[in-house]
Ligand binder design. Structure first.
Ligand code: PLP
Length: 334
């Protein structure tokens, strides 16, 4: 199957599986898994933070970060469409009694700082205490500009807020900007990274921050059920991904650019931002028919009001050519 629904569908390669098979393991809850320890040290070094923590999912990494940043009755300012507001089942509110303060992102995926300023609550017993600004990079495939991140960083220093970046796809941003991760992560206190999206690991996320922060995060990870035992087999996949699958994200971006051009040529309304995602507006009458048509031809999409296509390491240019041909045939009949 050619699967363009998400980059979460990437499967471990033979070489990655071999690294998992031969991983040295121990009990990570005791801190004894050498492969997890290596992965965490490598992630800390890459992000320029003192420490990092390996967690099963990005959702849990964001949750643990929010639980560390905010106490009961405190709040974080976050994008209305951000994953850690909209797509994590309200975990921070349910499990942490933390209030989200969502605001609309600008067209470039940034949260305008003048708007953020308006939503910081004064010190008054009526209000929750504002603790944190949470940004998402990339946001819907958009790379937040470094100049914005620097301003956001300085703004949060002035206003006494912490700054978290949900960097599920932060390496897509780094590759698109052609900078080392550290050039981005210097502008945040904490950063989450997904290994299981475009980087191709089957499981795993990282939370990076100060040593003190990560020590507290370890307790929350345990409490939320994320303390794994011989996690080295998973960490080995993550280490392989960081060593081998970062630079190649460029191919996914190039493929997305190529696909955007090819679909436009056959009359499809396509928007692409900087990285590996396309957003399509399809005529109403095509939406229901397209999914089954493609599925019959071995192609998985999720057509909707806005249809997102995501390129990744399991779809090459040939696969995309197959997709464009199938689309052309679909349009001839609809
Ligand atoms: C995928 C994603 C996450 C975490 O997802 P998991 O499926 O829980 O690993 C967090 N934030 C963003 C922006 C994401 O795209």
């Amino acid at each position: 199957m050619i699967d363009l629904r998400s980059d979460t569908v990437t499967r471990p390669s033979q070489a990655m599986l071999a690294a998992m098979m031969t991983a040295e393991t121990g009990d990570d809850v005791y801190g004894d898994d050498p492969t997890v320890n290596l992965l965490e040290a490598e992630a800390a070094a890459l992000s320029g933070k003192e420490a990092a923590l390996f967690l099963p999912t990005g959702t849990q990494a964001n949750l643990v970060a929010l639980l560390c940043h905010c106490q009961r009755g405190e709040e974080y300012i976050v994008g209305q469409l951000a994953h850690n507001y909209k797509y994590e089942a309200g975990g921070a509110a349910v499990l942490g009694s933390i209030q989200p303060q969502p605001i609309l992102a600008a067209g470039d995926g940034t949260l305008p700082l003048d708007v953020v300023a308006q939503f910081i609550k004064p010190d008054d017993l009526h209000f929750a205490i504002t603790r944190l600004l949470s940004l998402e990079n990339t946001h819907n495939g958009k790379v937040l500009p470094l100049s914005y991140l620097q301003q956001a960083w300085e703004f949060t220093r002035q206003r006494g807020l912490a700054l978290h970046i949900d960097g599920a796809r932060i390496f897509n941003a780094a590759v698109a900007l052609n900078v080392p991760l550290e050039e981005i992560s210097r502008y945040c206190d904490t950063l989450t990274i997904c290994l299981s999206k475009g980087l191709g690991a089957p499981v795993g996320s990282l939370l990076c921050g100060s040593a003190e922060f990560i020590q507290r995060a370890r307790r929350w990870r345990k409490m939320t059920g994320g303390g794994l035992r011989q996690a080295g087999i998973l960490a080995a996949a993550g280490r392989y991904a960081l060593q081998n699958n970062v630079e190649r994200l460029r191919e996914d971006h190039d493929n997305a650019a190529w696909l955007a051009g090819a679909l436009r040529e056959i009359g499809v309304d396509v928007t692409r931002h900087d990285t590996n995602m396309l957003f399509l507006r399809l005529p109403e009458d095509q939406i229901a028919a397209l999914g089954p048509w493609m599925r019959e031809r071995g192609i998985l999409l999720s057509p909707g009001a806005v249809t997102r296509l995501v390129t990744h390491l399991d779809v090459n240019r040939d696969a995309l050519q197959t997709l464009v041909k199938a689309w052309q045939a679909f349009l001839a009949q609809h």
